[in-house]
Write a protein of this length. Structure first.
Lengths: 212, 384
Protein backbone atom coordinates (compact mmCIF):
# COMPACT_ATOMS: atom_id res chain seq x y z
CA UNK A 1 0.00 0.00 0.00
CA UNK A 2 1.10 3.51 -0.76
CA UNK A 3 2.63 5.52 2.12
CA UNK A 4 0.02 8.25 2.51
CA UNK A 5 2.09 10.33 4.90
CA UNK A 6 5.00 10.31 2.49
CA UNK A 7 2.64 11.34 -0.32
CA UNK A 8 1.23 14.22 1.73
CA UNK A 9 4.76 15.39 2.43
CA UNK A 10 5.80 15.09 -1.23
CA UNK A 11 2.82 17.23 -2.27
CA UNK A 12 3.72 19.77 0.41
CA UNK A 13 7.30 19.79 -0.90
CA UNK A 14 6.04 20.06 -4.52
CA UNK A 15 8.33 17.13 -5.30
CA UNK A 16 7.01 16.24 -8.73
CA UNK A 17 9.09 13.14 -9.37
CA UNK A 18 8.22 11.49 -6.07
CA UNK A 19 4.52 12.29 -6.42
CA UNK A 20 4.22 10.96 -9.96
CA UNK A 21 6.20 7.81 -9.19
CA UNK A 22 4.07 7.06 -6.14
CA UNK A 23 0.78 7.68 -7.94
CA UNK A 24 1.78 5.66 -11.00
CA UNK A 25 2.89 2.74 -8.82
CA UNK A 26 -0.37 2.97 -6.87
CA UNK A 27 -2.60 2.99 -9.95
CA UNK A 28 -0.66 -0.03 -11.34
CA UNK A 29 -1.82 -2.12 -8.33
CA UNK A 30 -5.42 -1.76 -9.56
CA UNK A 31 -6.63 -0.33 -6.23
CA UNK A 32 -10.18 -0.04 -4.95
CA UNK A 33 -12.14 3.21 -5.23
CA UNK A 34 -11.99 3.59 -1.45
CA UNK A 35 -8.19 3.39 -1.43
CA UNK A 36 -8.04 5.89 -4.27
CA UNK A 37 -10.20 8.22 -2.14
CA UNK A 38 -7.62 7.98 0.64
CA UNK A 39 -4.91 8.94 -1.82
CA UNK A 40 -6.94 11.97 -2.93
CA UNK A 41 -7.38 12.94 0.70
CA UNK A 42 -3.63 12.66 1.29
CA UNK A 43 -3.04 14.97 -1.67
CA UNK A 44 -5.58 17.44 -0.28
CA UNK A 45 -3.68 17.44 3.00
CA UNK A 46 -0.49 18.09 1.04
CA UNK A 47 -2.18 21.05 -0.63
CA UNK A 48 -3.10 22.35 2.81
CA UNK A 49 0.63 22.29 3.65
CA UNK A 50 1.30 24.24 0.46
CA UNK A 51 -1.28 26.81 1.59
CA UNK A 52 0.36 27.10 5.00
CA UNK A 53 3.82 27.59 3.51
CA UNK A 54 2.34 30.27 1.26
CA UNK A 55 0.95 32.08 4.28
CA UNK A 56 4.36 31.87 5.96
CA UNK A 57 5.98 33.48 2.90
CA UNK A 58 8.02 30.38 2.15
CA UNK A 59 6.07 29.72 -1.01
CA UNK A 60 4.89 32.38 -3.44
CA UNK A 61 2.34 32.59 -6.23
CA UNK A 62 4.59 30.73 -8.69
CA UNK A 63 4.64 27.80 -6.26
CA UNK A 64 0.85 27.80 -5.99
CA UNK A 65 0.56 27.66 -9.76
CA UNK A 66 3.00 24.75 -9.90
CA UNK A 67 1.06 23.04 -7.09
CA UNK A 68 -2.16 23.40 -9.08
CA UNK A 69 -0.49 21.84 -12.11
CA UNK A 70 0.84 18.91 -10.06
CA UNK A 71 -2.55 18.32 -8.51
CA UNK A 72 -4.41 18.22 -11.79
CA UNK A 73 -1.79 15.80 -13.18
CA UNK A 74 -2.31 13.62 -10.11
CA UNK A 75 -6.08 13.66 -10.35
CA UNK A 76 -5.89 12.76 -14.06
CA UNK A 77 -3.79 9.71 -13.18
CA UNK A 78 -6.24 8.70 -10.45
CA UNK A 79 -9.44 9.21 -12.46
CA UNK A 80 -9.64 5.67 -13.87
CA UNK A 81 -9.57 4.17 -10.38
CA UNK A 82 -11.74 6.87 -8.79
CA UNK A 83 -14.71 6.58 -11.12
CA UNK A 84 -16.40 3.81 -9.14
CA UNK A 85 -17.05 5.93 -6.03
CA UNK A 86 -18.97 9.13 -5.59
CA UNK A 87 -16.68 11.82 -4.26
CA UNK A 88 -17.78 13.78 -1.26
CA UNK A 89 -18.23 17.49 -1.98
CA UNK A 90 -18.25 20.26 0.56
CA UNK A 91 -20.00 22.93 -1.44
CA UNK A 92 -20.10 24.60 -4.80
CA UNK A 93 -18.61 27.79 -6.18
CA UNK A 94 -19.16 29.66 -9.40
CA UNK A 95 -16.04 31.62 -10.36
CA UNK A 96 -15.01 33.88 -13.21
CA UNK A 97 -12.90 36.86 -14.26
CA UNK A 98 -15.34 39.76 -14.56
CA UNK A 99 -16.38 41.63 -17.71
CA UNK A 100 -13.66 43.59 -19.48
CA UNK A 101 -10.79 41.75 -17.82
CA UNK A 102 -8.85 38.87 -19.39
CA UNK A 103 -6.54 38.01 -16.47
CA UNK A 104 -7.10 34.53 -15.10
CA UNK A 105 -4.00 33.44 -13.23
CA UNK A 106 -5.31 34.32 -9.78
CA UNK A 107 -8.71 32.84 -10.56
CA UNK A 108 -7.11 29.61 -11.76
CA UNK A 109 -4.99 29.31 -8.62
CA UNK A 110 -8.04 29.81 -6.43
CA UNK A 111 -10.08 27.39 -8.57
CA UNK A 112 -7.54 24.59 -8.33
CA UNK A 113 -7.10 25.08 -4.59
CA UNK A 114 -10.87 25.10 -4.05
CA UNK A 115 -11.20 21.93 -6.10
CA UNK A 116 -8.41 20.33 -4.11
CA UNK A 117 -10.27 21.25 -0.94
CA UNK A 118 -13.36 19.40 -2.17
CA UNK A 119 -15.52 22.12 -3.70
CA UNK A 120 -17.44 21.72 -6.94
CA UNK A 121 -15.97 24.56 -8.98
CA UNK A 122 -17.82 26.01 -11.98
CA UNK A 123 -15.34 28.20 -13.83
CA UNK A 124 -16.94 30.60 -16.30
CA UNK A 125 -13.59 31.73 -17.71
CA UNK A 126 -12.56 35.31 -18.50
CA UNK A 127 -14.37 38.51 -19.51
CA UNK A 128 -17.58 37.09 -17.97
CA UNK A 129 -20.66 39.31 -18.30
CA UNK A 130 -22.98 39.90 -15.31
CA UNK A 131 -25.73 38.00 -17.13
CA UNK A 132 -23.47 34.95 -17.55
CA UNK A 133 -22.89 34.92 -13.78
CA UNK A 134 -26.65 35.24 -13.20
CA UNK A 135 -27.47 32.39 -15.59
CA UNK A 136 -24.93 30.05 -14.01
CA UNK A 137 -26.10 30.84 -10.49
CA UNK A 138 -29.69 30.06 -11.55
CA UNK A 139 -28.54 26.80 -13.11
CA UNK A 140 -26.26 25.30 -10.45
CA UNK A 141 -27.43 27.13 -7.30
CA UNK A 142 -23.97 27.48 -5.71
CA UNK A 143 -23.39 28.60 -2.14
CA UNK A 144 -20.62 30.95 -3.26
CA UNK A 145 -19.81 33.23 -6.17
CA UNK A 146 -16.15 34.22 -6.65
CA UNK A 147 -15.32 37.17 -8.88
CA UNK A 148 -11.77 37.86 -9.97
CA UNK A 149 -9.99 40.73 -11.73
CA UNK A 150 -6.66 42.48 -12.08
CA UNK A 151 -7.52 45.77 -13.79
CA UNK A 152 -9.10 48.67 -11.91
CA UNK A 153 -12.07 48.43 -14.27
CA UNK A 154 -12.83 45.09 -12.61
CA UNK A 155 -14.15 46.98 -9.57
CA UNK A 156 -16.97 48.46 -11.65
CA UNK A 157 -17.68 45.13 -13.36
CA UNK A 158 -17.86 43.39 -9.98
CA UNK A 159 -20.38 45.96 -8.81
CA UNK A 160 -22.43 45.50 -11.98
CA UNK A 161 -22.40 41.74 -11.40
CA UNK A 162 -23.61 42.06 -7.81
CA UNK A 163 -26.32 44.46 -9.00
CA UNK A 164 -27.39 41.94 -11.63
CA UNK A 165 -27.60 39.16 -9.03
CA UNK A 166 -29.70 41.49 -6.89
CA UNK A 167 -32.07 42.27 -9.73
CA UNK A 168 -32.46 38.57 -10.45
CA UNK A 169 -33.38 38.00 -6.80
CA UNK A 170 -30.34 35.75 -6.29
CA UNK A 171 -28.10 37.91 -4.15
CA UNK A 172 -29.32 36.52 -0.82
CA UNK A 173 -28.92 32.92 -1.93
CA UNK A 174 -25.13 33.20 -2.28
CA UNK A 175 -22.06 34.47 -0.48
CA UNK A 176 -19.86 36.61 -2.71
CA UNK A 177 -16.08 36.83 -2.51
CA UNK A 178 -13.96 39.08 -4.71
CA UNK A 179 -10.27 38.60 -5.39
CA UNK A 180 -7.41 40.20 -7.27
CA UNK A 181 -4.98 43.04 -7.42
CA UNK A 182 -7.34 46.06 -7.10
CA UNK A 183 -9.69 44.81 -4.36
CA UNK A 184 -9.65 46.11 -0.82
CA UNK A 185 -12.08 46.72 2.02
CA UNK A 186 -13.52 49.93 0.59
CA UNK A 187 -13.98 48.38 -2.83
CA UNK A 188 -15.63 45.34 -1.20
CA UNK A 189 -18.17 47.56 0.55
CA UNK A 190 -18.86 49.58 -2.55
CA UNK A 191 -19.33 46.46 -4.65
CA UNK A 192 -21.56 44.82 -2.06
CA UNK A 193 -19.51 41.64 -1.74
CA UNK A 194 -19.29 39.63 1.49
CA UNK A 195 -15.51 39.23 1.52
CA UNK A 196 -12.41 40.21 -0.40
CA UNK A 197 -8.92 38.79 -0.68
CA UNK A 198 -5.67 39.21 -2.55
CA UNK A 199 -4.50 35.81 -1.37
CA UNK A 200 -5.97 32.58 -2.76
CA UNK A 201 -5.22 30.53 0.36
CA UNK A 202 -6.92 33.05 2.61
CA UNK A 203 -9.88 33.29 0.23
CA UNK A 204 -10.28 29.53 0.36
CA UNK A 205 -10.39 29.63 4.18
CA UNK A 206 -13.14 32.26 4.00
CA UNK A 207 -15.14 30.00 1.68
CA UNK A 208 -14.58 26.97 3.89
CA UNK A 209 -15.89 29.00 6.84
CA UNK A 210 -19.08 29.77 4.91
CA UNK A 211 -19.98 26.17 4.09
CA UNK A 212 -19.16 24.61 7.46
CA UNK B 1 8.88 82.54 -27.08
CA UNK B 2 5.27 81.38 -26.63
CA UNK B 3 3.92 80.60 -23.19
CA UNK B 4 3.70 76.93 -24.10
CA UNK B 5 7.32 76.82 -25.26
CA UNK B 6 8.39 78.50 -22.03
CA UNK B 7 6.44 75.91 -20.05
CA UNK B 8 8.12 73.13 -22.01
CA UNK B 9 11.54 74.58 -21.19
CA UNK B 10 10.66 74.91 -17.54
CA UNK B 11 9.32 71.38 -17.35
CA UNK B 12 12.28 69.94 -19.25
CA UNK B 13 14.58 71.59 -16.73
CA UNK B 14 12.61 70.10 -13.84
CA UNK B 15 13.01 66.62 -15.29
CA UNK B 16 16.68 67.16 -16.20
CA UNK B 17 17.31 68.13 -12.59
CA UNK B 18 15.28 65.25 -11.24
CA UNK B 19 16.93 62.63 -13.45
CA UNK B 20 20.43 63.85 -12.59
CA UNK B 21 19.89 63.80 -8.83
CA UNK B 22 19.45 67.55 -8.33
CA UNK B 23 16.41 68.84 -6.48
CA UNK B 24 14.05 70.47 -9.00
CA UNK B 25 12.06 73.66 -8.29
CA UNK B 26 8.92 71.60 -7.62
CA UNK B 27 7.63 68.03 -7.69
CA UNK B 28 6.77 67.08 -11.29
CA UNK B 29 3.49 65.33 -12.00
CA UNK B 30 2.39 62.74 -14.51
CA UNK B 31 -1.34 62.17 -14.90
CA UNK B 32 -1.86 58.43 -14.33
CA UNK B 33 -4.94 58.27 -16.57
CA UNK B 34 -4.43 56.89 -20.08
CA UNK B 35 -5.88 57.25 -23.55
CA UNK B 36 -8.54 54.66 -22.65
CA UNK B 37 -9.71 56.88 -19.80
CA UNK B 38 -9.54 59.98 -22.02
CA UNK B 39 -11.84 58.42 -24.63
CA UNK B 40 -14.42 57.54 -21.98
CA UNK B 41 -14.01 60.99 -20.39
CA UNK B 42 -14.96 62.50 -23.75
CA UNK B 43 -18.08 60.32 -23.77
CA UNK B 44 -16.98 58.23 -26.76
CA UNK B 45 -16.84 54.50 -27.40
CA UNK B 46 -13.51 53.00 -26.38
CA UNK B 47 -13.30 50.30 -29.04
CA UNK B 48 -14.49 52.52 -31.87
CA UNK B 49 -12.03 55.32 -31.13
CA UNK B 50 -9.08 52.94 -31.14
CA UNK B 51 -10.03 51.88 -34.66
CA UNK B 52 -10.76 55.40 -35.86
CA UNK B 53 -7.98 57.60 -34.56
CA UNK B 54 -9.36 60.68 -36.30
CA UNK B 55 -11.73 60.97 -33.34
CA UNK B 56 -8.84 61.35 -30.89
CA UNK B 57 -7.64 64.92 -31.31
CA UNK B 58 -10.58 66.54 -29.47
CA UNK B 59 -10.36 63.68 -26.95
CA UNK B 60 -6.77 64.58 -26.09
CA UNK B 61 -7.50 68.30 -26.10
CA UNK B 62 -10.20 67.88 -23.46
CA UNK B 63 -8.04 65.45 -21.52
CA UNK B 64 -5.07 67.84 -21.42
CA UNK B 65 -7.35 70.77 -20.61
CA UNK B 66 -9.15 69.08 -17.72
CA UNK B 67 -6.29 67.37 -15.84
CA UNK B 68 -3.01 68.94 -14.74
CA UNK B 69 0.11 67.09 -15.86
CA UNK B 70 3.74 67.94 -16.70
CA UNK B 71 4.17 65.10 -19.18
CA UNK B 72 2.02 64.21 -22.16
CA UNK B 73 -0.71 61.86 -20.88
CA UNK B 74 -0.74 59.52 -23.87
CA UNK B 75 1.89 56.95 -23.03
CA UNK B 76 1.75 53.18 -23.26
CA UNK B 77 -0.77 52.60 -25.99
CA UNK B 78 -1.52 49.32 -27.68
CA UNK B 79 -3.05 50.17 -31.05
CA UNK B 80 -5.39 47.39 -32.17
CA UNK B 81 -4.95 47.70 -35.95
CA UNK B 82 -1.64 45.90 -36.42
CA UNK B 83 -2.37 43.36 -33.70
CA UNK B 84 -5.60 42.45 -35.49
CA UNK B 85 -3.90 42.15 -38.88
CA UNK B 86 -1.21 39.91 -37.37
CA UNK B 87 -3.78 37.67 -35.67
CA UNK B 88 -2.26 38.46 -32.30
CA UNK B 89 -2.86 36.16 -29.33
CA UNK B 90 -0.61 37.86 -26.72
CA UNK B 91 -2.30 41.27 -27.08
CA UNK B 92 -6.06 41.28 -27.65
CA UNK B 93 -9.06 43.51 -27.04
CA UNK B 94 -11.60 42.57 -24.33
CA UNK B 95 -15.33 43.27 -24.36
CA UNK B 96 -14.68 46.61 -22.63
CA UNK B 97 -12.40 47.67 -25.50
CA UNK B 98 -9.28 47.58 -23.36
CA UNK B 99 -6.24 45.96 -25.00
CA UNK B 100 -4.79 43.27 -22.74
CA UNK B 101 -2.17 40.60 -22.46
CA UNK B 102 -3.58 37.13 -21.66
CA UNK B 103 -1.31 34.33 -20.44
CA UNK B 104 0.03 32.74 -23.63
CA UNK B 105 2.67 30.14 -24.53
CA UNK B 106 5.00 31.22 -27.34
CA UNK B 107 7.71 28.64 -26.71
CA UNK B 108 7.41 25.03 -25.55
CA UNK B 109 9.56 23.66 -22.73
CA UNK B 110 11.33 21.32 -25.16
CA UNK B 111 12.43 24.32 -27.24
CA UNK B 112 14.70 25.81 -24.57
CA UNK B 113 17.88 24.43 -26.17
CA UNK B 114 16.94 25.82 -29.57
CA UNK B 115 16.20 29.20 -27.96
CA UNK B 116 19.43 29.29 -25.95
CA UNK B 117 21.48 28.43 -29.06
CA UNK B 118 19.99 31.35 -31.03
CA UNK B 119 17.21 33.40 -29.45
CA UNK B 120 16.62 35.64 -32.46
CA UNK B 121 16.25 32.77 -34.91
CA UNK B 122 13.99 30.89 -32.52
CA UNK B 123 11.76 33.95 -32.05
CA UNK B 124 11.44 34.57 -35.78
CA UNK B 125 11.11 30.99 -36.95
CA UNK B 126 9.22 29.29 -34.14
CA UNK B 127 7.72 31.69 -31.63
CA UNK B 128 6.21 34.49 -33.72
CA UNK B 129 4.24 32.08 -35.95
CA UNK B 130 2.83 30.49 -32.80
CA UNK B 131 1.81 33.79 -31.20
CA UNK B 132 0.57 35.52 -34.36
CA UNK B 133 -1.68 33.48 -36.63
CA UNK B 134 -0.92 35.87 -39.52
CA UNK B 135 2.60 34.42 -39.68
CA UNK B 136 1.31 30.98 -40.61
CA UNK B 137 0.89 30.01 -44.24
CA UNK B 138 2.55 30.64 -47.58
CA UNK B 139 5.63 32.91 -47.43
CA UNK B 140 4.05 35.38 -49.86
CA UNK B 141 0.94 35.68 -47.73
CA UNK B 142 2.99 36.07 -44.54
CA UNK B 143 5.04 38.82 -46.19
CA UNK B 144 1.87 40.66 -47.19
CA UNK B 145 0.46 40.33 -43.65
CA UNK B 146 3.65 41.72 -42.18
CA UNK B 147 3.74 44.59 -44.67
CA UNK B 148 0.09 45.49 -44.01
CA UNK B 149 0.56 45.36 -40.25
CA UNK B 150 3.70 47.48 -40.26
CA UNK B 151 2.04 50.01 -42.55
CA UNK B 152 -1.03 50.18 -40.30
CA UNK B 153 1.13 50.60 -37.22
CA UNK B 154 3.32 53.27 -38.74
CA UNK B 155 0.26 55.21 -39.99
CA UNK B 156 -1.35 55.01 -36.56
CA UNK B 157 1.83 56.00 -34.73
CA UNK B 158 2.33 58.93 -37.09
CA UNK B 159 -1.23 60.06 -36.45
CA UNK B 160 -0.85 59.79 -32.68
CA UNK B 161 2.52 61.53 -32.93
CA UNK B 162 0.91 64.45 -34.76
CA UNK B 163 -1.70 64.80 -32.01
CA UNK B 164 1.06 64.67 -29.41
CA UNK B 165 2.96 67.40 -31.24
CA UNK B 166 -0.12 69.63 -31.28
CA UNK B 167 -0.83 69.08 -27.59
CA UNK B 168 2.80 69.76 -26.67
CA UNK B 169 2.68 72.97 -28.69
CA UNK B 170 -0.53 74.03 -26.97
CA UNK B 171 0.06 72.87 -23.38
CA UNK B 172 3.83 72.96 -23.11
CA UNK B 173 4.53 69.48 -21.74
CA UNK B 174 8.02 68.20 -21.09
CA UNK B 175 9.36 66.66 -24.28
CA UNK B 176 10.53 63.28 -23.17
CA UNK B 177 11.40 60.31 -25.27
CA UNK B 178 10.92 56.72 -24.17
CA UNK B 179 12.02 53.22 -25.01
CA UNK B 180 10.54 50.05 -23.57
CA UNK B 181 12.09 46.75 -22.67
CA UNK B 182 11.67 43.90 -20.19
CA UNK B 183 13.82 42.12 -17.65
CA UNK B 184 15.00 38.93 -19.40
CA UNK B 185 13.14 36.67 -16.95
CA UNK B 186 9.92 38.66 -17.45
CA UNK B 187 10.28 38.44 -21.23
CA UNK B 188 10.69 34.67 -20.93
CA UNK B 189 7.54 34.50 -18.79
CA UNK B 190 5.26 37.04 -20.47
CA UNK B 191 5.73 36.18 -24.13
CA UNK B 192 7.51 32.83 -24.31
CA UNK B 193 6.67 30.44 -21.51
CA UNK B 194 3.58 32.01 -19.80
CA UNK B 195 3.15 32.60 -16.08
CA UNK B 196 2.13 28.99 -15.58
CA UNK B 197 4.89 27.59 -17.78
CA UNK B 198 7.74 29.51 -16.18
CA UNK B 199 6.47 28.60 -12.70
CA UNK B 200 7.02 24.94 -13.54
CA UNK B 201 10.30 25.58 -15.40
CA UNK B 202 11.81 27.27 -12.35
CA UNK B 203 11.50 23.97 -10.50
CA UNK B 204 12.03 21.53 -13.37
CA UNK B 205 14.91 23.08 -15.31
CA UNK B 206 16.29 26.14 -13.53
CA UNK B 207 19.61 25.91 -15.42
CA UNK B 208 17.85 26.28 -18.74
CA UNK B 209 15.84 29.26 -17.47
CA UNK B 210 19.05 30.95 -16.36
CA UNK B 211 20.78 30.21 -19.68
CA UNK B 212 17.77 31.50 -21.65
CA UNK B 213 17.79 34.78 -19.67
CA UNK B 214 21.49 35.22 -20.45
CA UNK B 215 20.90 34.40 -24.11
CA UNK B 216 18.10 36.93 -24.53
CA UNK B 217 19.80 39.75 -22.58
CA UNK B 218 21.46 41.37 -25.64
CA UNK B 219 18.08 41.62 -27.37
CA UNK B 220 16.53 43.22 -24.28
CA UNK B 221 19.39 45.75 -24.14
CA UNK B 222 18.97 46.56 -27.81
CA UNK B 223 15.22 46.97 -27.42
CA UNK B 224 15.71 49.33 -24.46
CA UNK B 225 18.29 51.59 -26.08
CA UNK B 226 17.21 55.18 -26.78
CA UNK B 227 18.01 56.68 -30.22
CA UNK B 228 20.44 58.98 -28.44
CA UNK B 229 21.24 58.51 -24.76
CA UNK B 230 21.67 62.22 -24.10
CA UNK B 231 18.03 62.92 -24.98
CA UNK B 232 15.64 63.76 -22.14
CA UNK B 233 13.76 60.59 -21.41
CA UNK B 234 14.14 57.09 -20.08
CA UNK B 235 13.87 53.42 -20.82
CA UNK B 236 10.72 52.06 -19.24
CA UNK B 237 10.95 48.56 -17.77
CA UNK B 238 7.70 47.18 -16.34
CA UNK B 239 8.69 44.50 -13.84
CA UNK B 240 6.45 41.50 -13.43
CA UNK B 241 7.46 38.13 -12.04
CA UNK B 242 9.79 38.76 -9.09
CA UNK B 243 7.11 39.01 -6.38
CA UNK B 244 5.81 35.57 -7.37
CA UNK B 245 9.17 33.84 -6.93
CA UNK B 246 10.88 32.41 -3.89
CA UNK B 247 13.85 34.46 -2.71
CA UNK B 248 16.38 31.92 -3.94
CA UNK B 249 14.80 31.71 -7.39
CA UNK B 250 14.79 35.50 -7.60
CA UNK B 251 18.47 35.64 -6.60
CA UNK B 252 19.64 33.05 -9.12
CA UNK B 253 17.19 33.37 -12.02
CA UNK B 254 15.68 36.87 -12.07
CA UNK B 255 18.17 39.28 -10.59
CA UNK B 256 21.50 38.64 -12.40
CA UNK B 257 20.36 39.47 -15.94
CA UNK B 258 17.95 42.18 -14.80
CA UNK B 259 20.78 43.93 -12.97
CA UNK B 260 23.04 43.65 -16.03
CA UNK B 261 20.26 45.12 -18.19
CA UNK B 262 19.81 48.20 -15.99
CA UNK B 263 23.56 48.68 -15.50
CA UNK B 264 24.24 48.45 -19.22
CA UNK B 265 21.52 50.97 -20.10
CA UNK B 266 22.69 53.34 -17.35
CA UNK B 267 26.31 53.03 -18.47
CA UNK B 268 25.25 54.29 -21.90
CA UNK B 269 24.13 57.50 -20.16
CA UNK B 270 20.38 56.98 -20.20
CA UNK B 271 17.90 56.95 -17.36
CA UNK B 272 15.86 53.88 -16.58
CA UNK B 273 12.38 53.92 -15.11
CA UNK B 274 11.21 50.71 -13.44
CA UNK B 275 7.56 50.05 -12.86
CA UNK B 276 7.95 48.05 -9.66
CA UNK B 277 4.77 46.05 -9.97
CA UNK B 278 3.21 44.23 -7.02
CA UNK B 279 5.04 43.93 -3.72
CA UNK B 280 8.86 44.24 -3.84
CA UNK B 281 9.42 45.07 -0.18
CA UNK B 282 11.51 41.93 0.38
CA UNK B 283 13.79 42.95 -2.51
CA UNK B 284 14.59 46.55 -1.51
CA UNK B 285 18.22 45.69 -0.71
CA UNK B 286 18.61 44.33 -4.22
CA UNK B 287 17.05 47.44 -5.74
CA UNK B 288 19.51 49.55 -3.76
CA UNK B 289 22.35 48.01 -5.79
CA UNK B 290 21.01 49.44 -9.06
CA UNK B 291 22.74 52.51 -10.55
CA UNK B 292 22.18 55.93 -8.98
CA UNK B 293 19.11 57.82 -10.18
CA UNK B 294 17.27 54.77 -11.42
CA UNK B 295 13.61 55.82 -11.35
CA UNK B 296 11.43 53.39 -9.39
CA UNK B 297 7.68 53.71 -9.65
CA UNK B 298 6.24 51.49 -6.93
CA UNK B 299 2.84 49.88 -6.98
CA UNK B 300 2.90 48.71 -3.35
CA UNK B 301 4.92 49.17 -0.23
CA UNK B 302 5.60 51.26 2.85
CA UNK B 303 6.53 54.73 1.60
CA UNK B 304 8.63 55.48 4.68
CA UNK B 305 10.69 52.35 4.40
CA UNK B 306 11.19 52.86 0.67
CA UNK B 307 12.24 56.49 1.16
CA UNK B 308 14.64 55.55 3.92
CA UNK B 309 16.27 52.67 2.06
CA UNK B 310 16.33 54.02 -1.49
CA UNK B 311 15.44 57.72 -1.39
CA UNK B 312 18.99 59.07 -1.19
CA UNK B 313 20.24 57.16 -4.21
CA UNK B 314 17.22 56.57 -6.44
CA UNK B 315 14.21 58.50 -7.69
CA UNK B 316 11.01 57.32 -6.05
CA UNK B 317 7.59 57.51 -7.65
CA UNK B 318 4.19 55.79 -7.62
CA UNK B 319 2.51 54.47 -4.47
CA UNK B 320 -0.54 56.73 -4.78
CA UNK B 321 -3.46 54.23 -4.78
CA UNK B 322 -5.74 54.95 -7.74
CA UNK B 323 -8.50 52.73 -6.34
CA UNK B 324 -8.92 55.41 -3.65
CA UNK B 325 -10.08 57.73 -6.43
CA UNK B 326 -12.90 55.26 -7.09
CA UNK B 327 -13.93 54.73 -3.47
CA UNK B 328 -12.80 57.78 -1.43
CA UNK B 329 -14.08 61.29 -0.86
CA UNK B 330 -12.25 64.26 -2.36
CA UNK B 331 -10.79 65.10 1.04
CA UNK B 332 -9.53 61.53 1.59
CA UNK B 333 -7.90 61.56 -1.84
CA UNK B 334 -6.15 64.89 -1.21
CA UNK B 335 -5.08 63.80 2.28
CA UNK B 336 -3.42 60.73 0.80
CA UNK B 337 -1.51 62.90 -1.69
CA UNK B 338 -0.37 65.13 1.17
CA UNK B 339 0.73 62.14 3.22
CA UNK B 340 2.91 60.84 0.38
CA UNK B 341 4.33 64.29 -0.39
CA UNK B 342 5.29 64.73 3.27
CA UNK B 343 7.13 61.41 3.28
CA UNK B 344 8.66 61.28 -0.18
CA UNK B 345 9.41 64.87 -1.22
CA UNK B 346 11.85 66.06 1.50
CA UNK B 347 15.42 65.82 0.17
CA UNK B 348 14.29 65.59 -3.47
CA UNK B 349 14.24 62.59 -5.81
CA UNK B 350 10.45 62.31 -5.95
CA UNK B 351 8.18 62.32 -9.01
CA UNK B 352 4.43 62.25 -8.49
CA UNK B 353 2.89 59.33 -10.31
CA UNK B 354 0.22 56.91 -9.15
CA UNK B 355 0.58 53.22 -8.32
CA UNK B 356 -1.17 52.15 -11.51
CA UNK B 357 -2.58 53.62 -14.69
CA UNK B 358 -6.23 54.64 -14.73
CA UNK B 359 -7.69 52.91 -17.73
CA UNK B 360 -11.39 53.01 -17.05
CA UNK B 361 -14.02 55.54 -16.18
CA UNK B 362 -17.43 54.83 -14.69
CA UNK B 363 -19.30 57.96 -15.77
CA UNK B 364 -21.39 58.15 -12.61
CA UNK B 365 -18.40 57.62 -10.30
CA UNK B 366 -16.22 60.15 -8.45
CA UNK B 367 -12.93 59.54 -10.29
CA UNK B 368 -12.89 62.66 -12.48
CA UNK B 369 -13.43 65.07 -9.62
CA UNK B 370 -11.11 63.21 -7.26
CA UNK B 371 -8.32 62.97 -9.82
CA UNK B 372 -8.57 66.68 -10.67
CA UNK B 373 -8.41 67.57 -6.98
CA UNK B 374 -5.32 65.41 -6.38
CA UNK B 375 -3.41 66.65 -9.45
CA UNK B 376 -4.20 70.29 -8.58
CA UNK B 377 -3.20 69.74 -4.96
CA UNK B 378 0.17 68.28 -5.87
CA UNK B 379 0.76 70.97 -8.48
CA UNK B 380 0.10 73.72 -5.95
CA UNK B 381 1.79 72.11 -2.95
CA UNK B 382 4.50 69.93 -4.45
CA UNK B 383 7.61 71.46 -2.92
CA UNK B 384 10.59 69.43 -1.81
Amino acid sequence: MIDLQLLTQAVGDLDENTILTMINDFVATNPSGEDAQKVVFACQQGMAIVGELFEKNEYYVGDLIFAGELLSKTIDLLKPVLSSVATQKFGSIVIGTVAGDLHDIGKNIFGSMAEAAGFDVYDLGIDVSPSAFVEKVKEVKPQIVGMSGVLTLAIDSMKNTVDALNEAGLRDSVKIIIGGNPVNEDACKQIGADAFTTNAAEGLKTCQGWVK
Amino acid sequence: MTDAAARTNERNQIFRDLFSGKTPKRVPISNPATQDFAIQHAGLDLAECQWDLTKLEPVYDKFCQDFYTDTYPGGSIRIPSHYQILGSTPIVMSSSGFMQHPDVVGMLAEEYDQFIASPYDCIVETILPRLYTGFNGEPGKVAMTLAKAMRAQSDDLAYLGAIRGKMNAKYGFATMIGALTEAPFDFMADFLRSFKGISGDVRRYPDKVAAACEAVLPLMIKKGTLPNPSMLGYTFIPLHMAPYLRDKDFATLYWPTFKKLVETLASMGQNVQLFVEQDWMRYLDYLYELPENTIMRFEYGDAKVIKEKLGKKHIISGLYPVTLLQTGTKQQCVDKAKELLDILAPGGRYWWQADKSIIHLEASGPVVENLKAVLDYVHENGTY
